[in-house]
Design a protein around this ligand. Structure first.
Ligand SMILES: [Zn+2]
Length: 445
């Protein structure tokens, strides 16, 4: 079995990955707060951890990996967006959750195994708060439930800061009901016109950190293998997730913490005022999703990546070359070992892309195709790619035939093939939805 090496933020070292249970490798990545379109920086962790998801499925078997990515559908930012538009928070969160799923799929990201929503886990959150209060790690004050940071001796282990530094660094506003300035909110009261749920401490709503801890506990268990996210989440979000889960369970929460680096645009921090702010939703109107995906993977995930439209055009030319070479070529069954080895070395995507470039010859086009498809590329036929992809319309009969082929592939546990068919349809603007009564399809709007 291929040994995977991963850089663990907690250990501050590259380590051999050993799952708790190789028959059920469990990974969680913090998902979006759905109040607007995701920008290209938000897409980086999605594409990076999709690459890891694909690698884990390759090594342990597709049915032995569970990947959960949550949707935060209650948050003050959602409440503000809803108030600005005069619609319900449900309308806002449903609209942007759907846009998020479509946009990330257009970047070639496989659907996570589970996409839990925060608002569907209120009872789990209440239970965790009760347990934390009972164990002396949380307290009730003026309708809030607060986590008491000094009650946890090891708080700050992930980010490596002392409690004093944390307080100064985070510029925590010292609310009068806090016992300690570092204490953070698990639950806060809602006014009558704000969304809220009944709890033993009155009507209110959860803090963001609590949501992730509870969704992880419910869907993946008390101790999981991998937790990922952007490095901006290390503090306070991930530090607080650890505090809640470990104090509530008395067990290690996460064995491998992974964080991706920042994204800049044209060498600068992306901001609306600089005019370099790109949503994925807009980018995919003019650029192929595969070229955007490639742009995000050209830097190692722990390094900063600089995004530019020139860079996207360059990656498009690389893909043009690969599409030309592999037109009419059948991919080999095996993914090239050079690609797997590069990815198994702490997800070294620049090296994996170089390995594919080395296979970009007439003689090795079949290997190139296999490796590229494994990484989420070359999922259209060459014609569709050169015609601009997304617009050539498939006939209904053709779509139904592909759905049947996918169903057969799944029945044969050929998940690589079933994913490829799904991706190929998506590249043509066809979205598949698996339900209890089989698979239906729709054209992406
Ligand atoms: Zn989270």
């Amino acid at each position: 079995m291929t040994e995977i090496q991963l850089y663990n933020t907690l250990a501050r070292a590259k380590q051999a990955f050993e799952p708790i249970d190789p028959a059920n490798v469990r990974m969680y990545v913090c998902g979006p707060t759905v109040y607007n379109y995701a920008h290209i920086g938000n897409a980086r962790p999605v594409v990076v951890f999709d690459m890891l998801f694909r690698l884990l499925r390759h090594v342990y078997g597709a049915e032995h990996v569970t990947y959960a990515r949550n949707i935060t559908d209650i948050d003050d930012k959602i409440m503000k967006a809803a108030a600005d538009e005069g619609v319900s928070i449900k309308a806002i969160s449903a609209r942007y959750a759907k846009a998020y799923q479509d946009d990330m799929a257009a970047l070639g990201a496989l659907d996570p195994t589970i996409q839990p929503k925060a608002t569907e886990h209120l009872s789990e959150m209440i239970k965790m708060m009760q347990s934390l209060i009972q164990k002396g790690h949380a307290y009730v004050a003026e309708g809030h439930v607060m986590f008491n940071v000094p009650s946890m001796e090891t708080y700050g282990r992930l980010s490596g800061h002392s409690r004093d530094e944390l307080i100064a660094g985070a510029r925590v506003d010292v609310a009068p009901y806090k016992k300690d300035p570092a204490d953070f909110v698990l639950w806060k009261p809602s006014t009558e016109d704000q969304p809220g749920w009944m709890s033993p401490w009155g009507r209110g709503r959860p803090g963001w950190h609590l949501e992730c801890s509870c969704m992880i506990e419910k869907h993946l268990g008390e101790t999981i293998d991998i937790h990922g996210g952007g490095q901006d989440l290390i503090f306070p979000h991930h530090e607080n997730e650890i505090a809640q889960s470990e104090c509530s369970h008395g067990a290690q929460f996460v064995r491998y913490w992974m964080h991706n680096g920042y994204l800049t645009v044209d060498g600068e921090k992306m901001s609306k005022s600089l005019g370099n702010f790109h949503t994925v939703h807009d980018l995919i109107k003019d650029h192929p999703g595969e070229a955007l995906r490639m742009s995000l993977l050209t830097a190692h995930y722990r390094q900063p990546v600089d995004f530019s439209l020139d860079g996207v055009a360059e990656q498009k030319r690389r893909l043009d070359r690969w599409y030309r070479l592999t037109d009419g070529v059948e991919a080999t069954a095996e993914v090239p070992q050079t690609v797997i080895e590069a990815l198994a070395d702490d997800l070294n995507t620049p090296r994996a892309i170089s390995a594919l470039d080395a296979l970009a010859t007439k003689e090795t086009a079949a290997e190139l195709k296999a490796g590229a498809q494994f990484m989420g590329f070359l999922n259209q036929d060459a014609n569709a790619w050169f015609q601009g992809g997304a617009t050539d319309e498939l006939e209904a009969a053709e779509i139904e035939a592909m759905i049947t082929a996918r169903k057969n592939a799944r029945a044969n546990k050929d998940f690589a093939e079933s994913d490829r068919i799904r991706d190929a349809l998506l590249a043509k603007g066809i979205v598949l939805e698996d339900g209890p009564n089989g698979t239906t399809w729709r054209r992406k709007d």
